[in-house]
Design a protein around this ligand. Structure first.
Ligand code: NAD
Length: 525
């Protein structure tokens, strides 16, 4: 009998698991960290949503635990490294809420266009007021999407049926696939300038945090409407509130906020702002779909040893996995490094395995690499199971090459990526058990793929490194190490600066203005 601890109390969609003779499910709703630590000792499996944090501490106390199932998408409440080290599988259910989130976005957009919440409130207070709630049609208007992943695409398909023209900005989107749905890929400034409605569907990351602010709002059409069902911090709430008060923005519809529950209520109290408390994924269907899928994942893992939907383990049996672990982690890191440093939508990936590594199960290594690179671009839900299908969905061609000979290293992984902006390469190896990146874009480097780094491309000329040190030092950021790679004096070079923590967008901006610097990116591994 496998004992599973559930930390939330909704059992809908879990019938298969609850009725299974080999499982005993016990529910402790939202245990405190102390209680959780004490309880976890007795269970083989854990089933959670977002109500608990599975910290390294909890995992350490979990003597019998083999499986953590997150009934939802985000696994940021689980310490995945601690789980992996202890051999615990962490699995999720990616994409179960796409349709719910898309439909909610449209609901908010229509509510805003037709003043539904305000008219409802007025009529409920027994006022028959028709003149104050004049609305607008969607037909003929331009919808600008920022982020064209699963939800963005579903919103687009539905709003095209409303007669809207749909344009999108997504630096990693495949323009051909978008065009097959009738969506035109545009630059961010074009979306700002042309859209009547702007709907946000990108992940929250360094480049999207605070992107809707006074500066970007100035580039938008006067009277634009903004919808956010993605993540709150993508919008600077104070700037949006000011822009609505000034009339530059007509209104906004928001499901997500900078802090949840909010601490500053300014944006919520602003007129012409329609709000819901992070409800986009909250539908019976989404929760049931997710619970049903997770039931099957748990049953398959415990009864057949089959690993599905894992975010930290590829789908091979555990014994094979243990042999692959060092290279899997290296492939994942190489992908993650490359995903944070390239530009443009990916069209092709070629991975070459050289040396002893070419005799291993390289398809698992390719999946690990894909998970690494795609997780940087998509919203946290690429895992070892869905990485190949996510790549296929995005029209990315994948090639694998195996070369037995490798004179200088025991095993070498070389990943070459073609994007709409250029071609990039990266090579990594293991020295004993130590991971190293030894080549980036044809330049020899020696970099450990871990921690926080600033990745810079620059012209190799006197003064660049000195200015770099000055700018970083002035921002009070400690430089822990630096690697420079170059082929020829005076030509293109790569500088990788190791720092103690991720640096601000402001510092990245300052570095990009140093003479000779051609590109700067934050890298966190
Ligand atoms: P997804 O990973 O399928 O799509 C995200 C898209 O954003 C990708 O196509 C990616 O290429 C693109 N992108 C990455 N960086 C970008 C950038 N700088 N600018 C523009 N586009 C960029 O994710 P999804 O499932 O469609 O989710 C979209 C958003 O909705 C995420 O922020 C997610 O957290 C959020 N979400 C919210 C709710 C809710 O309850 N409100 C529910 C589900 C998802």
């Amino acid at each position: 009998m496998y004992k599973i601890l559930m930390t939330y109390d909704s059992q809908e969609g879990l019938d298969e698991l609850l009725k299974h003779p080999e499982f005993k499910i016990e529910v402790f709703n939202k245990p405190s960290p102390e209680k959780f630590k004490e309880l976890i000792k007795n269970y083989d499996g854990l089933l959670i949503r977002s109500e608990v944090k599975v910290t390294a501490d909890i995992i350490e106390a979990a003597d019998k635990l083999k499986f953590i199932g997150r009934a939802g998408t985000g696994v940021d409440n689980v310490d995945k490294n601690a789980a992996t080290q202890k051999g615990i599988v962490v699995a999720n259910v990616p994409g179960g809420n796409t349709i719910s989130a898309a439909e909610h976005t449209i609901g908010l957009m229509l509510s805003l266009a037709r003043n539904i919440p305000e008219a409802h409130k007025s009529l409920k207070s027994k006022k028959w007021d028709r003149k104050n709630f004049m609305g607008c049609e969607m037909q003929g208007k331009t919808l600008g999407l920022i982020g064209l992943g699963r939800i963005g695409t579903e919103v687009a398909k539905r709003m095209i049926a409303f007669g809207m023209k749909v344009i999108a900005y997504d630096p990693f989107a495949n323009a051909e696939i978008a065009s097959s749905y009738g969506i035109k890929i545009k630059s961010l400034d074009e979306v700002y300038a042309q859209a009547d409605y702007i709907s946000l569907h990108s992940p929250l990351n360094d480049s999207t945090k605070g992107m809707i602010n006074t500066e970007s709002i100035k580039k938008m059409k006067k009277g634009v409407c903004i919808i956010n069902c993605a993540r709150g911090p993508i919008i600077n709430e104070k700037d949006l509130s000011d822009a609505i008060k000034s009339g530059q923005v007509k209104g906004a519809a928001l499901d997500v906020f900078a802090k949840e529950p909010p601490e500053d209520w300014t944006i919520i109290e602003t007129d012409n702002v329609v709000v819901t408390p992070h409800l986009a994924a909250s539908t019976e269907e989404a929760q049931i779909k997710i619970a049903e899928e997770m039931s099957g994942v748990i049953i398959d893992y415990f009864t057949k040893g089959l690993i599905r939907n894992a975010v930290n383990v590829p789908t091979v049996d555990w014994e094979t996995y243990k042999k692959l672990v060092p290279y899997i982690d290296l492939s994942d890191k190489i992908g993650a490094f490359q995903g944070q440093t390239i530009d443009g939508g990916i069209s092709e990936i070629e991975i070459t395995y050289q040396g002893t590594i070419s005799t291993l199960n390289t398809s698992s290594l390719t999946v690990a690499y894909l998970k690494g690179i795609l997780s940087q671009i998509l919203d946290l839900k690429v895992n070892f199971v869905n990485a190949p299908s996510v790549a296929k969905e995005r029209g990315i061609k994948i090639k694998e090459a195996l070369i037995r000979d490798c004179s200088d290293y025991s095993g070498l992984i070389i990943a070459k990526v073609k994007t709409s902006k250029g071609e990039y390469s990266i090579s990594g190896t293991l020295f004993d058990k130590n991971q190293r990146i030894i080549e980036i874009n044809g330049l020899a480097v020696d970099v450990m793929p871990s921690g926080n780094k600033i990745f810079i491309t620059n012209t190799d000329k006197p003064g660049v490194i000195g200015n770099l040190g000055t700018v970083i030092g002035a921002a009070n950021v400690n430089i822990a190490g630096m690697t420079v790679g170059r082929k020829q004096i005076g030509k293109e070079a790569i500088t990788i600066v190791e720092v103690d923590s991720s640096v601000s967008n402001d510092l990245i901006d300052k570095i990009s203005k140093i003479e000779g610097v051609t590109k700067v990116k934050n890298v966190s591994l």
